[in-house]
Design a binder for this molecule. Structure first.
Ligand code: PDD
Length: 291
């Protein structure tokens, strides 16, 4: 079952007018929320980011935090899978085509859920291939906008090269992946770029940083140069659906040095373990935006 503007229906029955500004202009924002055994993960943080994205594009949030909380739980309850990811999208609404904002239009709200399959063990053990590309997106990558054409083109270039992700570089510096944040490990220390307008502030990124701090793993949040990316001992990508996943080759070259070159490294294994433990703790004491 999906949710569209206050109604529940099978996805086949869901229809939106062709003049929806999401369709015409990509004028909307979205969230992807992982839910484990029925419990939304970091729901409060996802809803806070949704509010930030809506504010940045000047769409009034159509619902209160409590209403969103209810709806996310309701869609999970209406779908059969144990682990799911909820996709929700808010667009500016339906109006005659004009770039400037229409007046008095109600935002379109769409929500669906799909089975969540995190990377299988063999992929975690082998890691994935990635390529690099110039980050040619706009300068507001901090907004979780549905205008994802540049991200789609960048991701497709990875697929065309037989790789899983594209690592983006802007002016010689690491930004993020086409649909993930990127972490580098050098001499046992974890390094990742700061939250700026050049990257999406990932919820998984925050969890990884918190776990590194809580477990006293060396961590630096600072600009990362292209040279550092290419000379990394380990490279990881993080996202709500991929969690923490090692990149084992970059532009066809093995990531890392010596005997562990081309294989996921020990810091990734540790972080993956911490992440799984953290997930289990959260599931035992589920978060609720009202609490
Ligand atoms: N994408 N950066 C970009 C460009 C992303 O699209 C994503 C996630 C992330 C990681 O954010 P988070 O940890 O909150 O999932 C970083 C989602 C999963 C998607 O578009 O499907």
């Amino acid at each position: 079952m999906i949710y569209l503007n206050g109604e529940w229906m099978p996805i086949e029955q869901a229809k939106i007018p062709v003049l929806d500004r999401g369709f015409i202009f990509g004028d909307g924002v979205y969230e992807v929320i992982p839910c484990y055994s029925g419990h939304p993960f970091r729901l409060r943080e996802h809803l806070a980011r949704l509010q930030t994205s809506l504010g940045a594009v000047r769409i009034d949030n159509p619902y209160s935090l409590e209403r969103w909380d209810e709806l996310v739980r309701a869609i999970v309850a209406r779908n059969p899978w144990d682990d799911q990811y909820v996709y929700l999208q808010v667009t500016r609404g339906v109006a005659p085509r004009d770039h400037a904002f229409p007046k008095g239009v109600k935002p379109t709200v769409f929500m669906m859920s799909n089975p969540l399959t995190t990377p299988p063990q063999d992929q975690r053990e082998r890691g994935v291939a990635a390529i690099t590309a110039a980050d040619n997106r706009w300068l507001r990558c901090d907004i979780k906008s549905v205008s994802l054409l540049a991200n789609c083109l960048l991701r497709q270039s990875a697929v065309d090269a037989g790789a899983a992700e594209t690592v983006l570089l802007r002016d010689g510096m690491l930004t993020e992946g086409s649909a993930s944040n990127i972490f580098v490990v050098k001499n046992g220390g974890i390094i990742t770029p700061p939250k700026t307008n050049f990257i999406l502030p990932g919820i998984t990124y925050d969890v990884v940083i918190e776990l590194a701090r809580a477990n006293r793993l060396p961590l630096q949040i600072r600009q990362v140069s292209e040279a550092e990316v290419r000379d990394a001992d380990e490279l990881w990508l993080t996202s709500s659906t991929k969690e923490v996943l090692s990149i084992s080759t970059l532009d066809g070259k093995p990531v890392g040095h010596g005997t562990s070159a081309g294989k996921p490294g020990p810091v990734a294994a540790r972080m993956h373990q911490l992440y799984q433990e953290y997930k289990r703790t959260v599931m035992r004491a589920p978060d609720n935006v009202q609490s």
